[in-house]
Ligand binder design. Structure first.
Ligand SMILES: NC(=O)c1ccc[n+]([C@@H]2O[C@H](COP(=O)([O-])OP(=O)(O)OC[C@H]3O[C@@H](n4cnc5c(N)ncnc54)[C@H](OP(=O)(O)O)[C@@H]3O)[C@@H](O)[C@H]2O)c1
Length: 268
């Protein structure tokens, strides 16, 4: 029986690592692709291989998502190409140095790519997805989102933004037919670590996942309908307990009076 064509997936940061594997896996699931990154030669090579192996149409868009004009150009594609049903917000950079050893310009550039570009692309895709009653946004966050003490704090902050945005969108988009997923990889064997300042060989091998395993697990989580996927977490009940604890705070996060421990019991 013929299955319905799933449409086109636009994958940012598709020239290497996690994004390149998403591109491969999504093509094997029947998607046509638009691959976005700066390195044209790598994108072309990947596009040729994927279209040879899968027969899918693969378009390449060279863009520096740290540059506003390029982000807007990709946003326009998301707004106008109605074949796009899926956006994988994967392009991102990291850092491992602590604040006092970090360059503020590099931190600001990281926020620009990991947060600002991702937000503009998400906002570009959403109205069309909602109008057409279907769509998927996969946002690549990081375990740094919930463990900001582990790496550079600005990196963790950018990934916490990605997680929070995804959780908020999940609530806002209920009933629209549009799905979102946040993926929180732990250390994954890609070029990320060289650029971030700590070669992957410096990490204990027991905490490093193969990028193919990471993406396949994230897609399995997607298939299971997960909003948040932590590929390495053995027991999903641990994440559920964390989320339940967060939700239990909610009724008390905004009240007319300060808590008694801040008032010496004097609330007059
Ligand atoms: N590896 C890990 O341990 C790990 C863990 C948690 C989360 N993540 C997240 O996973 C995502 C992918 O990283 P990765 O591990 O696959 O690293 P990677 O192999 O270095 O891939 C990063 C991708 O982003 C693209 N990119 C970087 N700067 C860009 C820019 N200014 N404009 C457009 N594209 C840009 C790169 O392509 P060009 O250089 O060609 O532009 C490349 O395709 C990132 O968001 C990262 O934060 C990674």
């Amino acid at each position: 029986m013929a299955t319905q064509h799933p449409g086109t997936a636009l994958v940012t940061g598709a020239s290497s690592g996690i994004g390149a594997i998403y591109a491969d896996r999504l093509a094997r699931r029947g998607y046509d692709l638009i691959l976005v990154a700066r390195n044209r030669a790598r994108l072309d090579e990947l596009a040729a291989r994927i279209s040879d192996e899968t027969g899918r149409s693969v378009e390449v868009v060279t863009a520096d998502l740290g540059q506003d004009a390029d982000v807007r150009r990709v946003a326009d594609i998301l707004k106008t190409d109605h074949s796009i049903t899926t956006l994988v917000n994967n392009a991102g950079v990291g850092a491992t140095a602590p604040a006092l050893q970090s360059d503020i310009d590099a931190m600001e550039a990281m926020i620009g790519l990991n947060v600002t570009a991702l937000t503009r692309l998400t906002y570009a895709a959403l109205p069309g997805f909602v109008a057409r009653g279907q769509g998927l946004i996969v946002n690549i966050s990081s375990i740094g989102a919930i463990a900001p003490e582990v790496l550079n704090g600005v990196y963790g902050g950018t990934k916490a933004f990605v997680l929070a945005l995804t959780q908020s969108l999940h609530k806002e988009l209920a009933g629209t037919g549009v799905n979102v997923q946040a993926v929180l990889p732990g250390a994954t064997a890609t070029e990320f670590w060289n650029a971030a300042g700590t070669p992957i060989e410096h990490l204990p091998s027991g905490i490093v996942m193969k990028a193919t395993d990471m993406v396949d697990a994230a897609l399995a989580g997607l298939d299971q309908g997960e909003l948040v996927t932590i590929p390495s977490l053995p027991d999903v009940a641990d994440w559920e307990a964390y989320e339940n604890a967060r939700h239990a705070l909610m009724p008390n996060l905004s009240r007319s009076l300060p808590a008694a421990r801040y008032t010496n019991g004097d609330l007059t």
